[in-house]
Design a protein around this ligand. Structure first.
Ligand code: AFP
Length: 335
């Protein structure tokens, strides 16, 4: 779909409502869930923009479940998402990268049909240095009919996600999502306070010219990963090599660039971390759904990320994600 002047003024809300009209059975609950996510994104984005002014920088002194220091903004983002989503009656349970256990909906609020998993502020080590950060979300259908929602609702494979997306707080704030009918991007106009359609039906190029990996970890890589990265750097006109290197250290930002420009992002397993660093439910599965919906691919190195059956809430998996051709090359060469 090409953006024309007819799309001027299409807000995120209107776009989702239009999509809902194409599904006569839809109840509008997912639309409401998205409205609340967008609201949380606007509130978090506005706080992120004032990060240098307000008393929000630095750490709280606590460590989260991953053993990392909790940044004040992480805490704020986590609280905002919970507050915005727990009251509306669309969600029955939540899971956050910052919280050890599933987050129940307080008994005073109605429970809905959906389970929401999120990374409230991805790339938090980049907060203090004014580099793009983001919020990632993943939505599943509740499977615990007739009983209290629980862990089984959270531990669903990426393939059964109903929706996934992220909000990037960068040079502009963008909301990028899929409900299984393509990937669509909206840019926040801060003067109006609305997300407007700016990137309809995003497609990842079949191949790119960029690779994105933390080369500081090379000493820990397998021979296969070393060989593959060396190959990417070896000049060869026919295959467009050498690729250029880009690495931000915020998955949302590295993935957003990969989605728009093509290429590959990877956080592989290494000698220290047998499953890499990134979390399946809050980072890899939602990004994998976006990648596949945009015509790209996402693999752990052994199987499509979307096929991994989760066994733990904070499980990690290796990730190779981006242009189909580039992911296929990686899988071929790391063997
Ligand atoms: P933080 O949220 O702790 O900054 O971690 C960000 C992240 O989970 C992901 O967004 C990055 O892709 C990855 O870690 C970067 O990890 P390295 O610093 O080890 O390269």
């Amino acid at each position: 779909m090409t953006l024309t002047h007819e799309h001027y003024g299409w807000t995120l809300e209107r776009y989702i409502l239009e999509q809902q009209l194409q599904h006569p059975g839809a109840t509008g609950e997912l639309t409401k869930l998205f409205q609340q996510l967008a609201l949380a994104g606007k509130i978090i984005g506005s706080r992120v923009n004032k990060a240098g002014l307000a008393d929000v920088l630095g750490v709280t002194g606590e460590t989260n479940v991953q053993g990392e220091q909790v940044q004040k903004l992480d805490e704020f983002a986590n609280r905002m998402l919970i507050q915005c989503l727990e009251t509306g009656g669309q969600v029955c349970l939540m899971g956050s990268e910052e919280v050890d256990d599933p987050i129940p909906i307080p008994t005073r609020y109605p429970k809905g049909r959906y389970v929401l998993m999120f990374d409230p502020l991805d790339g938090s080590s980049n907060i203090d240095v004014n580099i793009s950060i983001g919020t990632i979300f993943s939505v599943h259908r509740r499977i615990s009919e007739g009983s209290e929602p629980g862990m089984a609702d959270c531990l669903q494979p990426g393939r059964s996600q109903v929706a996934a997306g992220y909000i990037i707080y960068g040079s502009s704030t963008m909301f990028v999502y899929t409900t299984g009918a393509g990937v669509h991007g909206f840019t926040l106009d801060p003067t109006v306070g609305e997300f407007f359609l700016s990137h309809p039906d995003i497609k990842i190029p079949e191949r790119g010219k960029l690779y994105s990996i933390n080369e500081g970890n090379r000493a820990q890589w397998s021979d296969g990963i070393c060989r593959w990265v060396d190959w990417l750097k070896t000049p060869d006109k026919a295959t467009g090599r050498p690729y250029s290197s880009r690495y931000i250290g915020t998955l949302v930002a590295d993935f957003h660039r990969t989605l728009l420009k093509g290429g590959i992002f990877s956080y592989p397993a290494d000698k220290k971390n047998a499953n890499g660093k990134l979390r399946l439910l809050y980072e890899c599965a939602p990004m994998a759904m976006l990648a596949e919906q945009a015509g790209g691919a996402a693999s752990t190195g052994n199987q499509p990320v979307l096929d991994v059956m989760p066994t733990e809430l904070h499980q990690r998996v290796p990730l190779f994600i981006g242009s189909k051709g580039d992911v296929a090359d990686a899988l071929e060469r790391i063997k």
